[in-house]
Design a protein around this ligand. Sequence first.
Ligand SMILES: Cc1cc2nc3c(=O)[nH]c(=O)nc-3n(C[C@H](O)[C@H](O)[C@H](O)COP(=O)(O)O)c2cc1C
Length: 311
Amino acid sequence: MIPLPRIDPPLINASGILSYPEVFTAFESAGACLGGYVTKSVGPREKPGNENPVVVYPPEGAVLNSLALPTQSAEDWERDLEEIKLKNAKLIVSVYGGDAGEFAGVTRRMSRFGDAIEVNLGCPNKEPGEQTIMESIGQNPALSAEVIERVRDETDKPVIAKLSPNSDYLAVAESCMNAGADALGCGNTLGPGLAVDIRSRAAILAGTTGGISGPALKPINLRMTYEAYARFRCPIVAYGGIETWEDAVEYILAGAGVLGIGTAFMRKSTHEAAALTRDIWEGIQEYLDGEPMSALIGAAHRAAEGGDSHA
Ligand SMILES: Cc1cc2nc3c(=O)[nH]c(=O)nc-3n(C[C@H](O)[C@H](O)[C@H](O)COP(=O)(O)O)c2cc1C
């Protein structure tokens, strides 16, 4: 297995939120405590995604998005990534495609820019007439393995298989690990879910349904992290409703070594988002009280097994 690069501090943005190169540079100037940046998922070709509205903020602590993977062309990504100069932070390139060959093609072009490649197996949004990645690949262990195998052949960088919570994710994870993944991403958005406008009496999102992220997703992806760590004891990058240092510590205790922040950055300026990363990192460090973070990763399992909890 190829180890993940040292991501220090172990905080990153989640793909799709503040995830273009010019924002990474702005984050650095704003003093963000992010040890790595993840690009918006790069696909085989430019894709407009759905019309607005593509995001809804229902009051229940969930966010719904139906962006359907809008992305600039691979040529534009190459130009932008060629230019980016990060001081210390690592760059993770997120990739997607419609089939294993497309995933491989994008990885071939993007591999030289990334310190790691994150494979998006779980986006639950679609443009009209499309099948989602989650439906076409991420819920199928054999097809997910084929994608990882082809991606593995195209890069010498560590490969993170980012799972869908809407799947038999341990079966998918097992196939991905056997196919050469080095780490698991736990995980993408849930659903999709629905929001209805009671005045217009219609679905709010232009794509009708949308992937669920934010606080409502946390217990689900936390469980995925816990179960994946119990089964594979592999490096885990966790995503889902991380808004505070306490959320981050829960994921670390469940088994995550890197924490991704997505929805908590939405509706914030780069400066506000950078301040949030500082608060989260300070809180984690105070909680650690001098202990190395490695001692805490997966500690909830040791507690469950009757061992030292370090808590
Ligand atoms: C607006 C939006 C766009 C997203 N785009 C992507 C994407 O391009 N690729 C991907 O792998 N995940 C994407 N995601 C999923 C996030 O990376 C993350 O896994 C998920 O939102 C859970 O984390 P959060 O609750 O902190 O947002 C997107 C999520 C949102 C809300």
